[in-house]
Design a protein around this ligand. Structure first.
Ligand SMILES: Nc1ncnc2c1ncn2[C@@H]1O[C@H](COP(=O)(O)OP(=O)(O)OP(=O)(O)O)[C@@H](O)[C@H]1O
Ligand SMILES: O=P(O)(O)OC[C@H]1O[C@](O)(CO)[C@@H](O)[C@@H]1O
Ligand SMILES: [Mg+2]
Length: 530
């Protein structure tokens, strides 16, 4: 399964049509006049699932199969519109970039997914570096952009909206920008609003989404009909894993219809459950705000006899907020997350640990992610599974359930008086505006998205990979869920910090966690996500 193509002379033909979609491209640093395309078997299978791995051969350095260099490229409009004209990037004349050493990102610049390497190790997976390109595929006066926000709230959404509008306007002179209201269904069931720098000027100071959001209602054909009818040619889609799956479908339909439409996804999730990127915007703000709730719980429980505080934080399938908020705080005695099964009774169980801490300190604080112990709760409440409009499982209130279980155990079984304080700050955390560092992060995301769309990329998402912003194929960030790895050092650091039980005492418990992480639908490529 190997195609070998050689170039002679300096003008290389566009070979994208010759590349089988499941192939990966290899290269080496010194330009050589030979290109080898080959299916790579050394990478995990995951790399080949539903993914278009293509490279625009004309602008990637010559390859060398021995390096095992993989470029996971994003689609470009010229892939299906080969005659699309291009123009010099107006940033050439921009005052902002006047003294920048290198205004434009070279097509040779890529970002490595794995930066911890050993001497002699393969070069591995890379993504295109984000940023402005020398040539753009839209004239400023012909751009008609739209922005939509979908899924749950997250601090920073308004900053991203603002910076897309200001980025398009200030950097590229685009004046025609629409806000689609109320999520995906807004394309076909609501009016649009005109977005200008003036309209969005101070929205970054507010929480929520200026454009409103929704779950469900993704109808690809209706959405693309609407895009086509309105003459929209750049679509900026801000949302989580579900939203990005929807964005991929929109891109595929756009390609099928042969439309000159750049589809750009900006990953949003307070849960930090999106794969590949370092972390999602709003996450730091959420962790910071969670400190207030944890501190309040601590103040309450240390002021009474046998105080037990429970703080529930968001995290449907991924316990990142709980883990990092715990690590940051130091007053937390125990952190429970969806990835780490726990049990209440018996040796090594939670009740035993609580009793131990109460004897030692007279109080304790538990942080629990909302998705933790869901099966346990459902079992004991005989609850059946229900879903939201997007098909996400609706969670049972594990915080309330745990509060009751602890009360019952200590009052009825141990005959001890305890003082329970349960705090659920989840929506209060999610609804605040983003902090300073998230605002900067949101600005970079928005500007990267704008540069990518103007440069003619489509079906891409943006985000930092090892701190460098990159263009990532949308399907790459949706095929797996980013979760806390119990086998990773970060979880070990937390256990070492709280000195809580690992709850992995049962026979085979450790092995089953390892199996779950290696076989599950998780981001196995990302060894240490934060
Ligand atoms: N597989 C899918 N294909 C097309 N559209 C989808 C898909 N999954 C979800 N969507 C659409 O994406 C939007 C948001 O999805 P969802 O409610 O799951 O939130 P999300 O984007 O994952 O964000 P979060 O989970 O962080 O709140 C909804 O309008 C939903 O219809
Ligand atoms: O806003 P809703 O529909 O109640 O969704 C809540 C869910 O959204 C999330 O905040 C993700 O956006 C999850 O942490 C949480 O379970
Ligand atoms: Mg989601």
């Amino acid at each position: 399964m190997e195609a070998s193509i050689s170039f002679l002379g300096s003008t290389k033909p566009n070979l994208s049509s010759l590349i089988p979609s499941s192939n990966v491209l290899h290269r080496r640093d010194s330009p050589l006049p030979a290109l080898k395309l080959k299916k790579v078997s050394v990478f995990p299978k995951i790399l080949h699932q539903n993914r278009l791995i293509r490279a625009q051969c004309s602008d990637v350095l010559a390859p060398n199969e021995d390096d095992e260099f993989v470029l996971e490229d994003v689609p470009h409009l010229t892939k299906f519109l080969p005659d699309l004209p291009s123009y010099p990037n107006p940033l050439k004349e921009s005052q902002a970039y006047a003294i920048v050493k290198q205004t434009f990102v070279s097509s040779q610049d890529v970002v490595a997914q794995n930066i911890v390497v050993q001497k002699g190790s393969k070069r591995g997976v890379h993504f295109r570096r984000a940023g402005p390109r020398e040539r753009v595929y839209f004239r400023s006066d012909e751009v008609k952009a739209c922005i939509v926000t979908c899924g749950g709230l997250c601090p920073g959404i308004n900053t991203v909206i603002r910076e897309i509008v200001c980025g398009l306007n200030n950097m590229y002179g685009v004046n025609n920008i629409l806000g689609i209201q109320g999520g995906y269904r807004g394309f076909y069931s609501k009016n649009t609003m005109t977005l200008t720098p003036k309209v969005v000027n101070d929205i970054h100071k507010r929480g929520g989404t200026f454009l409103q959001t929704s779950r469900g209602g993704h109808d690809t054909a209706k959405i693309v009909d609407n895009i086509q009818d309105r003459g929209i040619n750049q679509v900026y889609i801000i949302g989580g894993d579900g939203t990005q799956k929807g964005a991929e479908k929109i891109y595929q339909e756009v390609e099928r219809r042969g439309l000159q439409v750049a589809v750009s996804g900006i990953p949003k999730t307070i849960d930090n459950d999106i794969a590949v990127i370092d972390k999602s915007f709003g996450f730091d703000t959420a962790v910071e705000e969670a400190q207030r709730a944890i501190n309040a719980a601590h103040v309450e429980v240390e002021s009474v006899e046998n105080g037990v505080g429970i703080v529930k934080l968001m995290g449907r399938y991924s316990g990142f907020i709980a883990m990092i908020a715990t690590l940051a705080n130091r007053d937390v005695d125990c952190c429970l997350i969806p990835e780490s099964p726990f049990f209440l009774e018996g040796n090594g169980g939670l009740f035993e640990f609580i009793e131990h801490r109460l004897k030692e300190n007279r109080h304790m604080v538990i942080v629990i992610a909302e998705g933790a112990g869901q099966d346990y709760v459902a079992q004991s409440m005989h609850a059946s599974e229900t879903k939201d409009e997007s098909g996400n499982r609706l969670l049972l209130d594990v915080g309330l359930w745990l509060t009751q279980q602890i009360k019952d155990h200590f009052t009825n079984v141990r005959k001890m008086t305890i003082n329970m304080k349960y705090i659920d700050p989840t929506y209060m955390i999610r609804a605040i505006p983003s902090n300073a560092s998230d605002n900067v992060y949101c600005t970079l995301l928005a500007q990267s998205a704008v540069h990518g769309a103007m440069a003619g990329y489509s079906g891409f998402t943006v985000g930092p990979v090892n701190s460098k912003h990159a263009y990532i194929p949308i399907s790459r960030v949706t095929e797996v869920t980013n979760t806390v790895k119990l086998t990773d050092r970060m979880w070990a650091r937390l256990l070492a910090s709280t000195n809580q039980p690992s709850f992995l005492t049962g026979e085979g418990a450790l092995q089953s966690v390892i199996d779950m992480e290696t076989q599950g639908n998780f981001d196995n490529m990302k060894i240490s996500s934060i």
